[in-house]
Ligand binder design. Structure first.
Ligand SMILES: C[S@@+](CC[C@H](N)C(=O)[O-])C[C@H]1O[C@@H](n2cnc3c(N)ncnc32)[C@H](O)[C@@H]1O
Length: 275
């Protein structure tokens, strides 16, 4: 995408793409070697990689766990509805591809605050009636739950998988991420799943603290949380084995070779069910 667009495109709802401000979706796109980012996003990515060069590998681990979890829930737990909150830009093998491969006709709704996600989503999902893209802010979870496009695809009287993958660390403590998860938890039917991953503070790696400083100062978000803080997101839910673990260790497809590395451990995540 060129950096010199004179007039940024506008997405539905009037939200403008501001090329002068970095966004989490586009910085993450840099990490995944995507093309949908601007110079300002690459600056934040470079500053972050200078502190933690493993971030690219971490992004890949995050996507790989997403694939394993969605496949497991769609193929083995009978889940046919996925609400992917903070879904990011549509990159190779997204939630709908994995879910609909395992369970044809599965409904997937992508929700992201970044209007660029909607622009791209419309382009690639135009002929997929089971998938929708919504621009919304999960800091107002009731608005997400009541959004007409969400309601058109998701039946909240039936089990749904709520995905909060790599997004809660973009919420500050004062934005009450625990309250947001609780609102979502109370809104979904028993038998629903929560899939959460988050940056996790490593006591033996000072760079996890340094990275938080870079992200907070340059991106305005990026709260690295303790294992206890991450555990609290799952309050009132029953964790599936193996619990909250470094991403590559959640039901790996093969042998995990780098499980002790920062790349493996800096993000942890888990999947839990609402009984
Ligand atoms: C690191 S990306 C994660 C993408 C994807 N979930 C994954 O794990 O591959 C975080 C995403 O959360 C989105 N996001 C951040 N704050 C948000 C908010 N308040 N409401 C909705 N989306 C938000 C960002 O725009 C970004 O696309």
């Amino acid at each position: 995408m060129p950096d010199d667009l004179s007039r940024p495109p506008h997405a539905e709802g009037g939200a403008a793409l501001d090329l002068g401000v970095p966004t989490a979706a586009r910085v993450y796109d840099v990490m995944l070697d995507g093309k949908d980012n601007y110079a300002i996003d690459r600056q934040v990515a470079e500053a972050s990689l200078a502190v933690m060069p493993e971030l690219k590998q971490i992004a890949l681990h995050n996507r790989a766990m997403l694939h394993r979890v969605v496949r497991h829930l769609a193929a083995e737990q009978g889940i046919t509805q996925f609400l992917d909150l903070g879904s990011g830009l549509p990159t190779a093998r997204n939630t709908h591809e994995v879910a609909q491969e395992a369970a044809p006709g599965a409904k997937v709704v992508y929700v992201d605050i970044d209007p660029l996600v909607l622009v791209h989503g419309h382009a690639i999902l135009a002929d997929n009636p089971d998938t929708a893209v919504v621009t919304a802010d999960i800091r107002r979870p009731r608005e997400v739950l009541d959004h007409p496009d969400v309601r058109a695809h998701i039946d909240f009287d039936a089990p749904v998988c709520v995905m909060l993958v790599g997004i809660l660390h973009h919420l500050l403590d004062e934005e009450d991420p625990n309250g947001i998860v609780a609102t979502l938890r109370d809104a979904v039917a028993p038998g629903s799943y929560f899939f959460i991953t988050n940056f996790t503070r490593l006591g033996d790696a000072p760079e996890s603290v340094e990275l938080e400083k870079v992200l907070l100062s340059q991106l305005g978000t990026g709260r690295v949380r303790t294992p206890e803080e991450l555990e609290a997101f799952f309050d009132g839910l029953e964790l599936l084995p193996p619990g909250i673990v470094p991403l590559p260790l959640w039901r790996p497809d093969g042998i995990v070779r780098d499980s002790g590395s920062i790349a493996a451990r800096f993000m942890t995540g888990g999947v839990a069910v609402k009984r």
